[in-house]
Design a protein around this ligand. Structure first.
Ligand code: FES
Length: 289
């Protein structure tokens, strides 16, 4: 290992603290990998060996975990991990355009780092923030309702060393190493720095006004998530039902009922022709002896 004495001492003290949170040492592997990233900026070979020594695992076992999760980086990472969501909803809302323009702007592709070492660009799958699509993340802080211009501005400011505020969460985006330390379980005292809610979410319909004589929904029905549909959708839905009903009536009039028609055309349900086996009392077995 190439850690100097003071780095190794710091890592060992932090590792002891992390391991103390778990009844079994090896359970501490995930936060330990974040700890290594908070020092090296990625899961380095030294970091792997350190985790293996501390947790009494083999280096191969530690590597197997580190290569499984995308949050662990196996190459030196940029100071800011910039992820653009290009999953379905964000993509149609402009995520693909943001990705194309941003990638061209900084001159790197997926999982690549800019020459100055500030930005690592990444295509992300859904960030579970679809209501604010298209969404970008910087070191796992949300940037909602982005445009190609706003995304490029964020990246330019980060590269210029300016403080950049996400659209919710803390007042400023921290560096990859700082965030890794938080993920290892060491608080940075910014947990209460919530700037309030995110920008305007997608519109939702107004709650229905109760009509006279209408039965109140049960608690169970009330707790079910509401699906908001527009008038047009409702009407089209009804038309489809009506058309299907009419078509079914026509068919029945022409061919008789579905059941008889299926029988005539050999489309009836599969039936079992196997006879019931007699049980032991029905079988006349010869008397023993
Ligand atoms: S599709 Fe982008 S956040 Fe869900």
């Amino acid at each position: 290992m190439t850690y100097d004495e003071s780095t190794l001492a710091g890592l060992t003290a932090d590792a002891a603290q992390i391991m103390g949170r778990y009844p079994v040492k090896r359970s501490a592997l995930l936060p330990m990998l974040h700890l290594v990233q908070s020092v090296d900026g990625y899961v380095s070979p030294d970091g792997i060996q350190f985790c293996a020594d501390q947790l009494e695992l083999t280096a191969a076992e530690v590597s197997a975990v580190a290569t499984f999760y995308t949050q662990y980086k196996r190459r030196p990472n940029g100071e800011y991990q910039v992820g653009v969501c290009t999953n379905t909803l964000c993509a149609v809302m402009g995520g693909d355009r943001i990705w194309d323009e941003l990638s061209e702007h900084v001159g790197v592709g997926h999982d690549e780092t800019t020459e100055d070492g500030t930005i690592t660009l990444e295509r992300l799958e859904c960030n579970a923030a679809c209501d604010y699509a298209p969404v970008m993340m910087v070191n796992w802080e949300f940037f909602d309702n982005q445009t190609p211009e706003s995304a490029k501005q964020v990246v330019d400011d980060l590269r210029a060393g300016k403080d950049v505020a996400p659209t919710r969460g803390p007042a400023k985006v921290c560096s990859f190493k700082e965030v890794s330390r938080v993920l290892a379980g060491f608080e940075d005292g910014r947990a209460d720095e919530d700037q309030g809610s995110a920008r305007r979410p997608s519109p939702v319909s107004r709650p229905r006004r109760p009509r006279a004589g209408r039965r109140e929904p049960s608690d169970r029905a009330r707790s079910r998530p509401q699906r908001h549909v527009g008038c047009r959708e409702v009407l089209e839905h009804r038309h489809v039902h009506r058309r299907r009903r009419l078509r079914g009536a026509e068919d029945r009039a022409r061919h008789g009922s579905d059941r008889h028609r299926a029988g005539r055309e050999g489309l009836g349900p599969a039936r079992s022709w196997r006879r019931r086996l007699p049980d032991r009392n029905e079988v006349g077995l010869p008397a023993a002896g």
